[in-house]
Every structure is written in structure tokens, then in C-alpha cells.
Write a protein that binds this ligand. Sequence first.
Ligand code: NAP
Length: 305
Amino acid sequence: MSYDLVIIGGGPAGLTAALYGARGGLKTLVLESTMPGGQAALTDIIANYPGFPEGISGPELMNKFHQQAVKHGAEFKMKEVTGLEDRGEIKIVKAGEEEIEARSVIIATGAKARKLGVPGEEKFQGRGVSYCATCDGAFFKDKRVAVVGGGDSAVEEALFLTKYASEVVIIHRRDQLRAVKALQDKAFANEKIDFLWNSTVEEIKGNGKVEQVAVKDVNTGEVKDHQFDGVFIFIGTVPNTEFLQGVVELNDKNYVVANDFLQTSVPGIFVAGDVREKFLRQVSTAVGDGAHAAMAAERYLGGVI
Ligand code: NAP
């Protein structure tokens, strides 16, 4: 099967690229490893996507993006992409045994949660260790939970967890949050949220499930066990680019590098969204990238760029 445009990844960037590609008359396929929507579909409320003054739930917004792309003719397949090969005018997208031919490709694979890499993290994943408050928060009703990190995700998810948990303690390695001021103000005003500053998680302990977290004071070096029923880790993301090593240029952190047309180092392969090397990773910037990359792919196919 051959397509004008194959989009790898069905988050906000991929879904927008699908809408623009299909609407532009390109035979367009989106390959998504799980349900459409990506990380945004795991977000409780998206408060800063324009057009929704009261905020909108991540799944609802992503469902609308998906419907609109389908309405305009984009095809979808649930397949995990394992390889991409450049054969000049044709690119081969590999999904297990299947090989799909594409005249142009948009990489929109996004990013996944970064791991802490401490003892107990892997062992207790799904037994108190989580990377998704929207998915797992409800299991911690009236419990005491830790949130690790100091960025927008950590603070936003800590606020969300106060719906369920009796106490939420943000463990941050510095004495200042990285999150935007609006989120910081909300967190400081929330009676259920407490902070352990200048602190790092050294180990997650328990008996079958999380019971304690060993926390180090980075100033004194002292390590103390704290009682927690859950640990939510939000320390940034790493791009989903394993299958792109040696295919397109990646930067030192493995994000895909692109020019002003969002074209990668390979003509005909474009990139959009969180997987791209860029300053701001938001639904709104992913949408801009998706539209931009799809229009650039159309121009490329027309021989204009
Ligand atoms: P981030 O902005 O990269 O923040 C990561 C946080 O984790 C930082 O506070 C960092 O500490 C800490 N950290 C990193 N590695 C660590 C380690 N090994 N041990 C302990 N702490 C560690 O990541 P993010 O919060 O996931 O956000 C990612 C992007 O999505 C950002 O661009 C963000 O603005 C965006 N986002 C936006 C919203 C929103 O607009 N509502 C919501 C969620 C995410 P330092 O501060 O010391 O570096």
C-alpha cells in the first residue's frame, strides 16, 4: 500500500498534520501505537489551549482532533513503527512485518516520561510508582503521595492529585520551582500540598507496594525515609526517536533537528511536535507544527521545496 503522506504518531501534532494533509488532497495515513491523542489524552484539563476559556479535558479535545482528521479523509492504523528507510522518492515505514510506502513522512512521535533511575522505581511501577496522575490518581484516595519534579507537569499533576490524596508532597532538587508562576501560585495556596526542597529521591521501598521513599537533603547529604503510599514522577521527557538513529539528524538529547520548513536532514521526511528540537512544548505549538509540516510536505510533493 502506498501513501502520499504517512504520519508517525497520533498526538496533537500528528492529528493536525493529518487534518491538513487529508484536506489538502493527500492520501494520508496516521500510524499510532496506542489510542490517538498521545500525552495530551492523558491530561485531565488543558487550561491554555485557545478557544476553551473554561479549559477542556485532554481526552475530549483529542477526540475532537481525531474526528476532524477522519472527517477530512485521513486513515488511521494502530501500529507501532519500528523502522524508517529513505529510498529517495519513496520512504519505507516499517511496522513489524509490514512495510508501508510513503512519498513523504511526518515524524510526530512525541516524548515519553523520563525515569529517575533509582532502586525500587521499576520494581514498584504499577504498585505505587506512576508517571500519569490522570490514569492512577484515583487509586490514592485519602493516601499520602509524593510528586517528584519542579516543572509544569509536576505542579499541575500535584494539583490534580489533591482531588484524591490527603496530602501531596512535591520533592524538588532545588529551592525554586521551574513551573510557570500561575501554577506555582495555585500550588502554594493549596493546603494539601507541601514541599521537600533541595531534595532528591534515592530509593523507593516497600513490601509488595510503595511504603517509603528515601529522600536525600542535597545540602547536608542526610538521607531519611518518608512514609508515602505512592510516588508520581514528572522529571521531564525523552523523545521517542529510538527507531530514527542513523536515519535523520538528531541533536545531543536525541530530539529531531529540522529547518524552517520542518524538514529533517532527509528530503521528504518532516517533523512536528514534542519530538522536534524546539523551545516550547505545548498542545498549541504541536498544532502549529502539524499544520506547518503537512503544508511543507504538500509543497515538497509538488516539487516546490
Ligand atoms: P521540565 O519542564 O523539563 O521540568 C522537569 C523538572 O524535573 C524540573 O523541575 C527539573 O529540575 C526536574 N528534574 C529533571 N531531571 C531530574 C532528576 N533526574 N531528578 C530530579 N528532578 C529532575 O518537564 P515537564 O514539567 O514535564 O514539562 C515538559 C514540557 O511540557 C515543558 O515545556 C512544559 O512547559 C510543558 N508542559 C506545559 C504544561 C502547561 O502549560 N500547563 C503542562 C505540562 C507540561 P530543575 O528545575 O532543577 O531542572
